[in-house]
Design a protein around this ligand. Structure first.
Ligand SMILES: [Zn+2]
Ligand SMILES: [Zn+2]
Length: 377
């Protein structure tokens, strides 16, 4: 049986049990690999955030559920391939050591792969946003797994697996380039402010930095070819938020890190900000119909960011702010009609399919534009 590229889930056909079984079984295999090769596959900054024994218990539950759902799927459904994948993956996880898997190697690459970060964030995001999108759905006709969901999952995996490398590059660049600007009394004053003052302040300075880096990405052709990857999705949902070129991730994180580093916010304020942007960035792309009434004037909402992704000419180059709409009002780029956009994407510009070819698009797109210019000349 060949699997279609979009899935509109219906009860009683075995799709839901099949997908859950396959997803949990495959994530179970990856989790067992994390236990076996922690130095290679886990993100050290995350270690203090979870208890390995609780994770083992969660792994056991996930494998059990994967097996049960695989059996249910096999008995009731037309989607037995998925159930077979789920049960097969569960067997592989058990063969690799299952719940008893311990560290068999201290081999590492120097820069660890964030496989544990990928598993935990994928599970947490899916558990939070899929029900949210079902309960308060904006576009009911859009399937849960719409076209190109596999592509976006690859982007999600890539950024999470390379989390250590991205942090090392961006924080190293900022520390080296801006060490001259460090002012100890100023940093002491900022980090001594109460959290309820630091947090909104961090939103303001980070959004000002992000506003201008984002606006440049829309106006400088070379940067637009990098950012076009994010805008190429023709559908909006929680997973579409992860479609980001690695170069864009690096540029944006570095730009935002500059004021945060120079002003010296406390660790707790930075942690709170990181958690907030992690959730908020996914939320504003989600297929949900929240409008937030008058609060939409204060904070960026899904409707606000959906307009940024709209392919309508009136919405082009508007709503660059990611936290505070007042910044767009200040610089004349605010656009928020009292309705939702009809469609999304980048119009006639076509990106090549596949993550690798999209990763090269800033170069191939530039080459094509240059050849086109030559021919026109
Ligand atoms: Zn944009
Ligand atoms: Zn976006």
């Amino acid at each position: 049986m060949s699997l279609p590229s979009t899935y509109t889930f219906r009860w009683g056909e075995g799709q839901i049990s099949g997908f859950l079984s396959a997803a949990l079984g495959l994530l179970g295999v990856l989790a067992v690999l994390c236990f076996r090769f922690p130095a290679l596959l886990t993100f050290p900054d995350l270690h203090s955030a979870y208890d390995p024994e609780v994770m083992r218990l969660a792994l056991g539950c996930a494998l059990l559920v994967a097996m049960i759902l695989g059996l249910v799927n096999f008995c009731i459904g037309r989607w037995r391939t998925l159930g077979c994948i789920g049960m097969g993956a569960t067997f592989v996880a058990i063969l690799l050591g299952g719940l008893g898997a311990g560290a068999t190697s201290s081999f590492g690459l120097g820069v660890p792969i964030g496989l544990d970060w990928f598993i935990l964030d994928l599970l947490a995001s899916a558990l939070l946003f899929i029900p949210l999108e079902r309960l308060w759905v904006l576009r009911r006709e859009q399937p849960v797994l719409r076209a190109e969901w596999r592509l976006d999952l690859q982007y999600f995996a890539l950024v999470h697996l390379l989390v250590s490398l991205l942090i090392i590059i961006s924080s190293g660049a900022v520390a080296r380039l801006f060490s001259w600007s460090v002012n100890a009394p100023l940093q002491g004053f900022i980090s001594g402010l109460p959290l309820w003052v630091q947090f909104p302040l961090i939103l303001v300075v980070a959004d000002l930095a992000q506003y201008w880096s984002h606006r440049l990405m829309h106006t400088v052709p070379a940067l637009w070819r990098v950012h076009a990857v994010h805008h190429s999705s023709a559908a909006m949902d929680w997973l579409a938020s992860s479609r980001l070129h690695l170069v864009e991730v690096l540029i944006t994180r570095t730009c935002v890190l500059v004021p945060v580093f120079v002003l010296g916010f406390s660790q707790l304020a930075v942690l709170l900000y990181v958690v907030y942007i992690g959730l908020h960035a996914i939320f504003v792309h989600a297929n949900v119909r929240f409008t937030f009434g008058p609060l939409r004037h204060l904070l960026v909402t899904p409707a606000y960011h959906h307009w940024h992704h709209s392919d309508e000419p009136a919405a082009a180059n508007t709503n660059f702010a990611v936290h505070l709409p007042v910044i767009d009002r200040l610089f004349g780029t605010y656009h928020h009609p009292a309705c939702w956009p009809a469609s999304y994407g980048i119009g006639p510009e076509r990106l090549p399919p596949g993550i690798l070819r999209q990763f090269l698009y800033p170069l191939t797109g530039w080459w094509r534009a240059r050849r086109g210019g030559e021919r026109a000349g």
